[in-house]
Design a protein around this ligand. Structure first.
Ligand code: SAH
Ligand code: SF4
Length: 443
C-alpha cells in the first residue's frame, strides 16, 4: 500500500511541476513514506532522515509521510528539527498546499514547518488526479483502515476506521488503468475483503472488474479470515481472471494465542476456508503472515503453528518476531517473550516455510504457465515476470528484440528450474521448436 501511496503522491505533485528522480540528494523535495507496523521499520525513519540531512543540497525540503508521520508527528518534529512537513496517510492529497506553507518564504511568518495528521472528513481519493500507469501490473486501493483491533497491531490507530471506496469510483479507476496499459490489477486494502462498496462485497466487485475488456489478471491483498465469505470463495472457482494465489494471514496456529490476539477466529475456521478454496480451485497457492513470540506464546502454542503450516503447505509466507507497539493492548500484557526465544522460533518457522516454498516451486518444473513479463532481468536479454501463483519467473530471450517483444505481455513459459525465490523458464514456442529439432525425423 505504501508503494501505491508513494505513486499517488507523485501524481498529486506532477501538476506542480515535480518529477521523480533516482538522485534523492539532489531533489528539491524528499518525501520519506514510512511504515509503523513494527518497531524496526519505525526506527529506520530516524536514521534515514539523518542520512538525508547530511547529504542533501541546500534548500531541499524534507517531508515525512505515512504511518510513522501519523503516529509520531510531534516526535519527528522534535527529534528531526530539519524536517519541513509531516503528512499522515489520509491527508497527502493536501501536499501542494503543505509545501506552499512550508516554503522558506513563509519562514518570516513563523509557519515554516507544517504537520497534517488529520483524518479529514473528505476522502483523499476524491481529490487525487488519475493514477499514472508504470508497467503492465498496477495497484488499486479499494479499501483502507481497519476496525478489527488485533491486540498486537497499530493499523487501526494509524490508518483509521474501515473505509471502502464506492464501486463506481473503483471501476472508473480500473478502466482508466487498463486503458493506459495495465493488464493486471492488484486490489489493495489493509482488510481488503472487508470491502463493502455500495452494492455488496469484494466478490461482487471482482465480478464487475472481470468484465473490463483487456483486464487479464486480478489479485487482492490483504485479507482477513473472518471476511472470507462463501461468495468470495466461490469467485475463486468461477472468475478465470482471478489468479490462483491468496495471501490469507493467520498469524498463529494456536487457538489460545489467536484469542489473545483478538483475531476472532480459530485454527479450525481457517483450515475450513482453505479446504473450501481448494475445492473450487484445487491449484490455489497459499500465503500467510505469522507472528512468533506474541505475549503468552508457549512452546506448545508455537508447535501448533508449526503443525498448521505442515498441514496447509504454503507456497510462500511472511513471518515476524512479535514487536511491541506503543498503545496496543498486547504491548501491556505481562507475559512478554524473551528475545532469544522469539529468535529461535522465527528461525525454526522460516526454515519450514522456506522448505515448503522450494517444494512448491519444484512442483511447477516442466509445467507450462502463462507469465506476465513486467521487469527487465539482471542479465542481458533477460525478462522477468510473475506466474499465476505469484512466483518470480526469469527467461533469457534470444536477443534484445525478442525481450522487447514480450515485455508487458502474458506469454506461455515452460518452467525449467526451481530455486528458493524464483523460477527459470523458457518461452513455450522455443521449447517446442527445440523439441521438434531434437526429435528424429520420421520419414
Ligand atoms: N490486515 C492484515 C495484516 C496487516 S499488517 C491481517 O489482518 O492479517 C501486516 C502484518 O504485519 C500482519 O499480518 C502481521 O503478521 C504483522 N504485524 C502486525 N503487527 C505486528 C507486530 N506488532 N509485531 C510483529 N508483526 C506484526
Ligand atoms: Fe491489524 Fe489486520 Fe488485525 Fe486490522 S485485522 S488490526 S490490520 S492485523
Amino acid at each position: 500500500m505504501n508503494v501505491y501511496d508513494s505513486a499517488r503522491m507523485a501524481d498529486v505533485l506532477a501538476p506542480e511541476g515535480y518529477v521523480s528522480t533516482d538522485a534523492a540528494y539532489d531533489a528539491d523535495l524528499v518525501i520519506l513514506n514510512t511504515c509503523h507496523i513494527r518497531e524496526k521499520a519505525a526506527e529506520k525513519v530516524y536514521s534515514e532522515l539523518g542520512r538525508i540531512r547530511d547529504s542533501k543540497e541546500e534548500g531541499t525540503m524534507i517531508a515525512v509521510a505515512g504511518c510513522v508521520a501519523q503516529a509520531e508527528g510531534d516526535e519527528i518534529m522534535r527529534r528531526a528539527p530539519y524536517v519541513d512537513i509531516v503528512v499522515g496517510p489520509q491527508s497527502y492529497h493536501r501536499l501542494p498546499k503543505l509545501i506552499e506553507d512550508a516554503k522558506p518564504a513563509q519562514k518570516s511568518k513563523g509557519r515554516s514547518r507544517v504537520v497534517d495528521t488529520d483524518f479529514p472528513a473528505e476522502s483523499k481519493f476524491d481529490f487525487l488526479p488519475a493514477a499514472e500507469v508504470h508497467g503492465p501490473s498496477a495497484f488499486l486501493t479499494i479499501q483502507e483502515g481497519c476496525d478489527k483491533f488485533c491486540a498486537f497491531c497499530v493499523v487501526p490507530y494509524t490508518r483509521g476506521v474501515e473505509f471502502s471506496r464506492p464501486v463506481e469510483a473503483v471501476l472508473k479507476e480500473a478502466r482508466q488503468l487498463v486503458a493506459d496499459g495495465a493488464v493486471e490489477l492488484t486490489l489493495l486494502g489493509q482488510n481488503v475483503n472487508a470491502y463493502h462498496g455500495d452494492d455488496g462485497g469484494l466478490a461482487g466487485l471482482i465480478r464487475k472488474l472481470a468484465d473490463i475488456e483487456g483486464l487479464e489478471r486480478l489479485r487482492y491483498t490483504t485479507s482477513h479470515p473472518r471476511d472470507m465469505d462463501a461468495d468470495l470463495i466461490a469467485v475463486h472457482g468461477d472468475v478465470p481472471q482471478l489468479m490462483p494465489y491468496l495471501h490469507l494471514p493467520i498469524q498463529s496456529g494456536s487457538d489460545a494465542i489467536l484469542a489473545r490476539m483478538n483475531r476472532k477466529h480459530g485454527a479450525a475456521d481457517y483450515l475450513k476456508i482453505i479446504d473450501e478454496l481448494r475445492k473450487v480451485r484445487p491449484d490455489i497457492a497459499l500465503s500467510s503472515d505469522f507472528i512468533v513470540g506474541h505475549p503468552g506464546e508457549t512452546d506448545a502454542d508455537f508447535e501448533a503453528t508449526m503443525s498448521l503450516i505442515r498441514s496447509v503447505e504454503y507456497a510462500q509466507a511472511y513471518s515476524f518476531k512479535y514487536s511491541k507497539r506503543p498503545g496496543t493492548p498486547a504491548s501491556d500484557m505481562d507475559d512478554q517473550i524473551p528475545e532469544d526465544v522469539k529468535a529461535a522460533r522465527l528461525t525454526a518457522l522460516q526454515t519450514l516455510l522456506n522448505e515448503q516454498q522450494l517444494a512448491f516451486n519444484e512442483r511447477t518444473v516442466d509445467i507450462s504457465m502463462p507469465v506476465l513479463f513486467e521487469r527487465r532481468g539482471k542479465l542481458a536479454n533477460q525478462i522477468a515476470g510473475r506466474s499465476p501463483y505469484m512466483q518470480s519467473v526469469h527467461v533469457t530471450c534470444q536477443n534484445a528484440e525478442e525481450a522487447d517483444q514480450y515485455f508487458g505481455k502474458i506469454v506461455p513459459v515452460r518452467v525449467t528450474g526451481a530455486f528458493a525465490n524464483s523460477l527459470a523458464g523458457c518461452l513455450e514456442n522455443e521449447a517446442r521448436r527445440e523439441s521438434t529439432q531434437r526429435e528424429p525425423a520420421r520419414a
